[in-house]
Design a protein around this ligand. Structure first.
Ligand code: FMN
Length: 190
């Protein structure tokens, strides 16, 4: 069966707009991916090439052994920094940290440790990578594998330290903007 026929018969696909639009009329990948709500992290690394970068291409991978991944543009300074440090840390941002998210996504920030001068942080006990104060949770990871992913690399890290703070409101990136999300604790009274 041809793809067009299969599509015409499929109960869900047949209700969707037809892909007859020319590519230039279709929404771009960025626009489509903006419909996927994500948390917001700042990746950091230590050493001579210490650096930080806002990233939402981050995911848990494995519980045993504990592993996570992040995808970093090969054009980003963060890329060379993680490769050089062979480790990275992840600060998961809270709702009140959108300015930090903007700052670490702004190419005009200084390089090296100087970019952390205007930010509260402590050095991770395992990797010495900056852990941003006030984040919801932190991970430190040893770099285990690097996979090519188009113009990004996929960094697979083994978690060597994990901790959480007391914050309850997460920063979420959705539709091209930042939004607060509050967790509802079961049994809590309003
Ligand atoms: C909400 C948000 C999420 C982002 N996620 C990623 C990401 O997962 N990977 C990436 O390479 N860049 C991501 N970026 C872009 C980088 O933060 C931005 O290009 C940064 O300036 C790169 O810094 P660097 O070149 O100094 O390392 C994101 C930007 C924003 C605003």
């Amino acid at each position: 069966m041809r793809a067009a026929e299969a599509r015409a018969e499929h109960p869900v696909l047949k209700r969707l707009p037809r892909p007859s639009q020319r590519p230039s009329e279709q929404p771009g990948l960025r626009e489509v991916m903006a419909q996927f709500a994500t948390g917001v992290t700042v990746l950091t690394s230590a050493g001579d090439a210490a650096h930080g970068m806002t990233a939402n291409a981050f995911s848990s991978v494995s519980i045993d052994p504990p592993m996570v991944l992040c995808c970093v543009s090969r054009a980003a300074r963060m890329h060379a920094s993680i490769v050089s440090a062979k480790s990275f840390a992840v600060s998961m941002l809270g709702a009140d940290q959108r300015e930090l998210a903007r700052y670490f996504a702004d190419w005009r920030r200084p390089g090296g440790l100087a970019q952390f001068d205007s930010v509260d942080w402590t050095a991770g006990p395992c990797t010495e990578a900056p852990l941003l104060t006030g984040a919801l949770a932190w991970l430190e990871c040893e770099l285990r594998q690097v996979y090519e992913g188009g113009d990004h690399s996929i960094f697979l890290g083994e978690v060597v330290s994990a901790s959480r703070g007391t914050g309850r409101e997460a920063l979420v990136f959705f539709g091209g903007g930042y939004h607060p999300v509050t967790s509802q604790v079961r049994g809590a009274t309003a």
